[in-house]
Design a protein around this ligand. Structure first.
Ligand code: P6P
Length: 338
């Protein structure tokens, strides 16, 4: 086996610190925080690779705050992230899709400087079908002007306040894509050295892509404009293909690489959309925009939304700018009655 020439590999931590020249957050303390996420996702990846061999597939026997059956691997992923981020020394609050309340690690301005929000294992119901699943994370700074004793209030910041965001997709390879506001960089986990190694710098999402990604079974529940868009996209002259994995991180990763648009519109069951704003829509919107793409809730830019609740959901139209704009052209203008 060809060994990796270590002098030529760029790990995610090294790449981040080398970005110091244009990124005020590229400090060693932030790199230490980032290494908490990369460590956790390496541990999660190793668990997933052996899921069929270990008694960790299946349901944990409890329902989470979202009302969803918790998978055993959900709990493992959640606990791993909490543990790995718990002693970074600069994380004040952790917000997880799995937990109703934030985890308070520090309420001090310096040791509690960052807030990390995450969906520990998105798409986990697909685990036993060996479908790609993922971890999504968002990093914000503590708002010095928010002195509310209610920790939930501290995390209700719009997405444009994010200082970094990204995801890890666990599939045929384990891939990390993240941004700290200066483009999107992609790293592949090299199991032979246990490090995320730079695979592609400054990724650009294709400006357009004839792929739409939506759960067609819900289409009759969608507001009229979405149905009109899908009717158009299905015409021969429009020339679209439909691709839907049912795992947000996998559907988004394909969209980032090949272009197209992912949609999760309002449905009767989820009138505000199914996907969560703080730790699903916002981080992927940040990555999408940094790669030249776009993210909307059908009325406004995802990252401009002022959250009202920590686990609030949002409709999501995410992908190539021209493709998102095409969907929006079928919807009522912002402010019009839906
Ligand atoms: P539906 C997985 O449960 C998830 O949260 C996302 O990963 C995925 O995009 C979505 O739900 C799929 O939802 O209703 O199409 O099964």
């Amino acid at each position: 086996m060809q060994t990796t020439d270590t002098q030529f590999i760029t790990t995610v931590e090294r790449h981040f610190l080398e970005g110091k020249r244009h990124n005020p957050h590229a400090t060693s303390e932030f790199s230490w925080l980032l290494s908490g996420i990369t460590l956790a996702t390496k541990i999660i990846a190793s668990q997933i690779q052996r899921a069929g061999l270990l008694e960790i597939v299946g349901e944990a026997g409890r329902v989470n705050v979202q009302g969803e059956e918790v998978q055993k691997l959900d709990e493992i992923a959640n606990n791993t992230l909490i543990r790995c981020l718990g002693y970074r020394g600069n994380v004040g609050l952790l917000v997880s899709e799995e937990d109703d309340e934030p985890h308070v690690l520090s309420d001090q301005p310096d040791s509690g400087k960052y807030i990390v929000l995450f969906d520990p294992l998105d798409g986990s119901s697909n685990i036993n079908a060996n479908v790609n699943i993922g971890t999504i994370f968002s990093i914000m700074e503590r708002d010095p002007n928010c002195t509310s004793p209610d920790m939930k209030a501290r995390v209700l910041q719009p997405g444009y306040r994010q200082v970094a965001a990204g995801y890890v997709v666990y599939g045929s390879s384990t891939v990390l894509a993240y941004t700290s506001g200066h483009g999107v960089n992609m790293f592949t986990l090299d199991p032979s050295i246990g490090a995320f190694v730079l695979a592609q710098e400054n990724i650009r999402m294709p400006a357009e892509g004839k792929i739409y990604s939506v759960n067609e079974a819900n289409s009759r529940q969608f507001p009229e404009g979405y149905q009109q868009y899908l009717d158009w996209a299905k015409t021969e002259e429009a020339g679209y293909s439909s691709r839907y994995i049912g795992s947000l991180v996998a559907d988004f990763h394909r969209t980032l690489i090949r272009g197209g648009v992912f949609l999760y519109p309002p449905t009767h069951k989820s009138p505000n959309g199914k996907l969560r704003l703080l730790y699903e829509a916002n981080p992927l919107a940040f990555v999408a925009e940094q790669a030249g793409g776009m993210a909307s809730d059908g009325r406004q830019r995802i990252m401009d939304k002022q959250p009202v609740q920590m686990h609030e959901r949002t409709p999501l139209i995410l992908g190539s700018k021209a493709e998102v704009e095409k969907v929006l052209s079928f919807l009522p203008p912002a402010g019009a009655a839906h």
